[in-house]
Design a protein. Structure first.
Length: 547
């Protein structure tokens, strides 16, 4: 065992003494040491219940002959920090989650790992660590929040963000907004639509690094506890068999994960996160692979933000097994190994569809013939960008640029009703380096939707979008403005054209003639973690990894 290096022999008596101070016995110390990497925190409902869930994971490890050692790492709440300066911390936290798990597991020579995730960046952050360490390991997701109820309808946090714009437009009173915020999030769990958390939960199940059937279960559902116990048992089987993370995270598995994002019209953030996981696993994956897979994969799941249902509805309809079975039946997946010991196709074979369910469509009745994202290039994005196709049917837009050098200025313009139909809102210097941290633009996009402009404007940025975003939105533009990318040279009034069918994002202007007068702003942060991140981070087209 790896852990023998810290616990075996006469010289390791001091280490054993310290283990015993925490209640471990000689018998406990003899067993494999399994890290339980928890992202529990009281800063977000997405993760607030994970401390209890870890108890059941540890019981499963003990029952299967291991000794669990629980430790914690950080979480930054996307939903709470959204639209503020604090949102710059979100993507940065993904790297710190991965780094901190690696350091604890490496420092204590653990034999395996179960990681518990919840809020958006903790999912890829934990799996990046598992891929990097290449130990017997798996990840489980704390589960989705249940829908709230407002005026007889199911609501999510997406509705609250969009209500802010509706309130500014006079379409909702402040009292109605207050009433909505009081019921939209009824308890523990991650945001309920196919936003980033549930998109990545889906992708990690189809990737095979999360056990089939565990991530689907809502956060407060009683079935979550025995599923967590079984996950503890599973990691011991992985240790026994010598099955490591990189044996699961292959090119085939990653392409399956992309197909699941496409079929559920999931968050564009999946592009960043799957690229980052691939880098940690030494798998050659590019943004063009996302376009290739998404182009041939139909949208089968009718999920928010563009559709009607939420993640708990997927669970009730038949779960991810049913979605995976549909995708295998259509020839959109290739079989691959999973942490359960069964292949993905074997797991899907036991799918049971609930009678009358409308969440996961039949193959001959897709919501859209192609997936929910596409990769564009062009004079504004030589290294690529991501367009979200869910929640609208638009494939082309051309209009005058309305240019803003930060999210706050764009949000103020929307709230002051300075954006009109036909405009292309440009938000720059919000990329991985320029932000730093590549903030999500949900405040701006939701305000546009709330004001009724969602079908009449486009928005492009070198920043990111929340998974709750819908409308004609383009993010991850590379190179970013802070690196002197073409988006830095755009001026108010320039005509910008988005053409999905041609896979182009272009501007009608002589940008190079302006380059001599370009002045890139000084870094927003010159010390601390954000300054360090800005120095180390790579392009969004490479997953915004640090190196």
């Amino acid at each position: 065992m790896r852990s023998d290096a810290i616990k075996k022999g006469v010289s390791r008596a001091p280490a054993r003494a310290m283990f015993k101070a925490m209640g471990l016995t000689d018998a406990d110390i003899e067993k494999p040491i399994i890290g339980v990497a928890n992202t529990w925190t009281e800063v977000t409902p997405c993760n607030v219940h994970l401390r209890e869930l870890a108890v059941h994971v540890k019981e499963g490890i003990r029952a299967a002959g291991g000794t669990p050692i629980e430790f914690n790492t950080i979480t930054v709440s996307d939903g709470i920090s959204m639209g503020s300066e604090g949102m710059r911390a979100s993507l940065v936290s993904r790297e710190i989650v991965a780094d901190s798990i690696e350091l604890v597991v490496f420092g204590h020579m653990m034999d395996g790992v179960v990681a518990l995730s919840g809020c958006d960046k903790t999912i890829p952050g934990t799996v990046m660590a598992l891929a990097r360490m290449d130990l017997p390991s798996l990840m489980i997701y704390g589960g989705s929040i249940l829908a709230g109820r407002y005026k007889g309808k199911d609501v999510t946090i997406q509705d609250v963000f969009e209500a802010v714009g509706a309130c500014a437009a006079g379409r909702m009173t402040e009292q109605e907004l207050h009433d909505l915020e009081g019921v939209a999030c009824p308890g523990a769990g991650a945001c309920g639509g196919q936003f980033t958390a549930n998109t990545m939960s889906t992708a990690m199940t189809v990737l095979g690094i999360s056990p089939m059937g565990v991530n689907d279960i809502p956060a407060t559902d009683g079935r979550k506890r025995p599923a967590a116990f079984h996950s503890g048992e599973l990691v011991m089987k992985l240790v026994e068999d010598g099955t490591t993370a990189r044996q699961i995270i292959t090119k085939t598995a990653l392409e399956n994960a992309i197909a699941s994002v496409a079929a559920t019209a999931g968050s564009t953030n999946a592009v960043l996160h799957l690229l980052a996981i691939a880098r940690e696993a030494d798998v050659d994956l590019s943004i063009d692979d996302f376009d290739r897979v998404s182009e041939k994969t139909p949208v089968l799941a009718d999920l928010k933000p563009g559709g009607r249902f939420t993640a708990p509805d997927v669970d009730r309809a038949g779960g991810l097994r049913l979605l995976v079975k549909r995708l295998f039946d259509g020839g959109y997946l290739n079989d691959a190994k999973t942490v359960t010991g069964k292949t993905l196709k074997e797991e899907a074979a036991s799918a049971e569809e609930s009678s009358g369910q409308e969440v996961i469509h039949a193959l001959d009745q897709p919501l859209k013939p192609r997936g929910g994202i596409a990769i564009l290039r062009g004079s504004l994005a030589p290294d690529g960008c991501v367009v979200k196709l869910a929640g609208h049917d638009r494939l082309k837009h051309s209009g005058p640029a309305r240019v803003f050098d930060c999210e706050e200025d764009a949000f103020a313009a929307v709230q002051d009703k300075l954006i009109v139909a036909g405009d292309v809102v440009v938000i720059r210097y919000e990329g991985p380096k320029g932000g730093p941290g590549m903030r999500e633009m949900l405040g701006v996009t939701a305000a546009l939707i709330g004001q009724g402009l969602g079908d009449d404007v486009a928005l492009i940025t070198d920043g990111r979008f929340s998974g709750a975003t819908h409308g004609f939105m383009v993010g991850h533009i590379a190179p970013e403005a802070a690196d002197g990318g073409p988006i830095a040279l755009v001026r108010d009034g320039d005509t910008i054209t988005l053409d999905v069918e041609a896979r182009r994002l272009d501007v009608d202007a002589d940008l190079e003639a302006r380059r001599g007068s370009l002045e890139i702003p000084e870094p927003r942060y010159t010390r601390g973690v954000l300054a360090k991140y800005a120095k180390l981070v790579a392009s969004a087209s490479e997953g915004a990894i640090t190196r």
